[in-house]
Ligand binder design. Structure first.
Ligand code: SF4
Length: 792
């Protein structure tokens, strides 16, 4: 357990059993009042350290900085470093830096600061044998360098009562947590596999995961659909928890269905063994958990934020009690939160500290400000991470480490600022001038650069500094701008993200400028543009994430070629690999290649009729449910229209652009057992992976594309970067591998169990090429004739 969370020490010879930092103690016991997430510009970490230095440098000779203090209550050891101690004045100082108006620092924050000062006061009195002490809260304004000091004089008895009360409260919780952990580990040690037997390949997978956890290595596990990957990865990690003294297991999924599968598997595991105490928590996005989407996250707006911290202890206790019998999934957590009138989303964030298994999205571990990763670092947890459908991770991570700025948004802000804030207007104008300089010579719509010009980043930093000061001095400015139709806060956050990503710019990314379509770049009146820092290789950003866990297990049915994923993700050199053979046989899947069809852009028109003919012929030969995949909605629409016109008796339905969840469910609901018809979908879309249509709910798939990304200026730049990073692999890493991965994922919808049988028609002559064949699953045996098309 964490050094500053309740954690077992040696616990012998009367030594304390738990240790906690002063700050963590107070945050747990003394946080009261509202949840308040209103935006207030605050000093950065570096500014805070500098501010502390400035204050302590002003103190007289003999003043002591960062004074280590420690004390014991019963079996609890409390320790920390007081900011400053003046031995002559017998004055202990707690220093807090801030921006803007001190009155804006919420009262509950100040109460927390006083609680810390009192704990330090009790500790120093005990350590130095003092009868009393003066406590000073020093608020230091980072911009004006002014100090505001509040003091209290305390005698030991009162400080001791306060200290004992906080410790007793914490110790009760710590003892409960200790008992939970002991019981959990005992139960996990005795845990039996939750099914009567391992499926083919499942034991091999489970053993590889266990070995990875024991050896502290990462693992890439390519394992086919249908072998029970979710249980096959969770079970061994749970078994490794007591042996490896793991604090937590994080199960990360790319999409909601993946989370659901994990929760089902965990329920199965809980039911199968004598371990009802395993605490399982589901984390969902804020917009999905929010009960008041029309309100803001502070007490003056949202009733579930008002008094949040007053009611949190009871809600937290209720949740961990409930976790003994049920999963803390979205529904259960919502019930508990509403019973205690607290926000379900922020309750779930708090419970991440106390759960054994957390199920959530990739971004909780891999994003720039990933909550679970940050907590793990801060608390020193020992964790294991499972990454479900890991073939998606590289693409998702690219998005996390990319950033965009829209000049149109800047223009709107400049217009609104003219009347509302001349200093803001001047700052934004300066940024706009630098922005225009970037594109002054630009004649093409799209231009990529190897570096971000320094004058622009300097102007961006200046603008951010001005915005930070303005928002601190005039908190209502963002709301005034919003009334004028300009989203200052959004721009501020976008600019902050852009500046942060720019700070780590390197060969792994490219900087590009896209002029707004339809406007020529005129030197006198430059076109508006979008600036983008586009991450291509997320590896340098992710390496710390892999190093921060005891093991990270990445699993998927499609992780080939191994080096492609390992290179893009930056997996450690000693990452283990397992390729679990498929339990399916060539007998189950008839694979046909239509080698006289070309789906290349220039051949699209010509391809429509043969594709329709092939689909209709297959359908007539064996009526049933099929999925037909295309590279784009446009292609899909054209084939759909032609098939509907020429074969009106064939039931067809098509995927729509931006399809709502209910419509997606309706699309899938048509695949009933024993039914017939063809669902048209785009490759890489919502129906191309993560859906399960076993038996005769789906008997075949047509794939009219290699899935290759479009050749365009952006992808060509990406190819060049890939070539530079991975010599000789530019085309494969940009086009071939991502495309074929989508094909194999989509085709994987057809055979879901050893009892399934079906047909797969690959429509493009390039499926006959050796380099393409090498990327298809080995158990496929393409070669039969595709309708009347020429067979290989
Ligand atoms: S319910 Fe919604 S608005 Fe209220 S605190 Fe929670 S997330 Fe914020």
């Amino acid at each position: 357990m964490a050094p500053d969370a309740p954690g077992p020490l040696d616990g012998v010879d009367g030594a304390p059993t738990w240790t906690v930092a002063v700050r963590a103690l107070c945050e747990f016991t003394a946080k009261r009042g509202d949840l308040d997430l209103r935006f207030t510009p605050s000093p950065t970490g570096a500014e805070g350290i500098e501010g502390h230095g400035t204050v302590t440098a002003r103190r007289p000779t003999g003043y002591q900085r960062e004074v280590p203090l420690e004390g014991v209550f019963d079996t609890l050891r409390v320790r920390g470093r007081a900011d400053g101690w003046d031995p002559h004045a017998k004055r202990l100082e707690e220093i807090k830096t801030y921006r803007g108006d001190l009155a804006a620092v919420p009262l509950n924050h100040r109460a927390l600061h006083w609680a810390q000062a009192r704990i330090y006061g009790a500790l120093i009195c005990r350590q130095l044998g003092l009868p009393g002490v003066t406590l000073a809260l020093v608020y230091f304004n980072i911009d004006t360098q002014a100090e505001t000091v509040f003091t209290e004089v305390h005698e030991v008895p009162a400080l001791q009562v306060f200290f004992d009360a906080q410790c007793a409260q914490f110790l009760a919780w710590a003892a409960q947590e200790g008992a939970h952990r002991t019981a959990r580990n005992k139960a996990l040690t005795a845990l039996q596999f939750p099914l009567p037997a391992f499926r083919t390949g499942q034991r091999e997978l489970a053993e590889a995961v266990y070995r990875a956890a024991r050896s502290g290595r990462c693992l890439m596990a390519q394992a086919p659909t249908g072998i029970g990957k979710t249980v096959g990865t969770l079970f061994p990690l749970l078994k490794a928890m007591p042996v490896e003294q793991l604090d937590k297991v994080f199960y990360l999924a790319a999409k909601t269905p993946g989370r659901r599968l994990a929760l089902d598997a965990l329920q199965q595991i809980r039911r199968a063994g004598p371990h009802p105490r395993l605490r399982v928590l589901e984390l969902v996005a804020r917009d999905k958990a929010c009960e008041h989407p029309d309100k803001a996250c502070h007490g003056a707006s949202c009733p579930l934020a008002r008094g949040f911290y007053d009611r949190l202890p009871a809600a937290r206790q209720a949740a961990v009690d409930e976790a003994a019998g049920h999963l803390l999934d979205q529904v259960t957590l919502r019930d508990i939160a509403l019973q205690h009138t607290v926000c379900p989303y922020y309750l779930s964030q708090e419970l991440a500290r106390w759960a054994d298994v957390v199920v959530g999205d990739y971004n909780y571990w891999f994003d720039t400000s990933a909550m679970l990763f940050a907590l793990t670092q801060a608390e020193g947890w020992r964790v294991a991470v499972l990454v479900d459908e890991a073939h998606n991770l590289a693409e998702r991570a690219r998005g996390m480490y990319s950033a965009e700025l829209e000049q149109g948004a800047l223009k709107t802000l400049r217009r609104a600022a003219t009347a509302l804030s001349p200093p803001l207007k001047r700052s934004l104008d300066r940024l706009n001038r630098r922005w225009n300089e970037l594109q002054r010579e630009q004649t093409a719509t799209y231009v990529a650069m190897d570096a971000i010009p320094a004058p622009f980043t300097e102007a961006l930093h200046q603008t951010l500094a001005t915005l930070t000061d303005l928002l601190a001095d005039r908190p209502a400015l963002a709301a005034e701008m919003a009334q004028a139709g300009a989203d200052l806060q959004r721009f501020y956050f976008d600019a902050l993200h852009f500046a942060r990503i720019a700070g780590s710019f390197g060969p792994h990314s490219l900087f590009d400028i896209t002029l707004r379509p339809g406007r020529a770049p005129l030197p006198a009146r430059p076109a508006a543009s979008t600036l983008c820092i586009r991450n291509i290789v997320p590896a340098p950003h992710l390496q710390a994430r892999f190093a921060g866990a005891r093991t990270v297990v990445l699993f998927s049915a499609t992780l080939s070629p191994r080096h492609y994923h390992a290179d893009l993700l930056g997996l450690p050199d000693n990452t283990a690999w397992i390729d679990v053979p498929s339990p399916f046989t060539a007998r189950q899947l008839t694979v046909r290649v239509a080698r006289d069809i070309s789906t290349r852009w220039n051949d699209r028109e010509r391809s429509l009729a043969p594709i329709v003919e092939l689909i209709a012929r297959q359908y007539a030969a064996k009526p049933g449910h099929y999925l037909a995949f295309f590279s784009s909605y446009d292609y899909l629409d054209r084939v759909f229209a032609l098939l509907s016109a020429q074969h009106p008796g064939v039931p067809c339905w098509e995927q729509q652009r931006q399809m709502p969840e209910a419509a997606r469910d309706a699309f899938l609901a048509r695949f009933t057992p024993g039914g017939q018809g063809i669902g048209f979908a785009v490759l890489g879309g919502a129906f191309a992976e993560g859906i399960d249509l076993p038996g005769d709910r789906l008997i075949g798939a047509f794939i009219a594309t290699l899935g290759l990304p479009q050749v365009n200026p952006v992808n060509e730049q990406i190819k060049a970067r890939m070539e530079a990073a991975f010599a000789g692999q530019g085309y494969d890493y940009t086009y071939l591998y991502p495309g074929l991965q989508k094909v194999v994922q989509a085709a994987g919808r057809v055979i879901r169990s050893p009892a399934d049988e079906g047909v797969l028609v690959l429509m493009d002559d390039r499926f006959t090429r050796a380099e393409v064949r090498a990327l298809l699953p080995v158990w496929w045996a393409p070669g039969e004739r595709a309708g009347d098309s020429k067979a290989e």
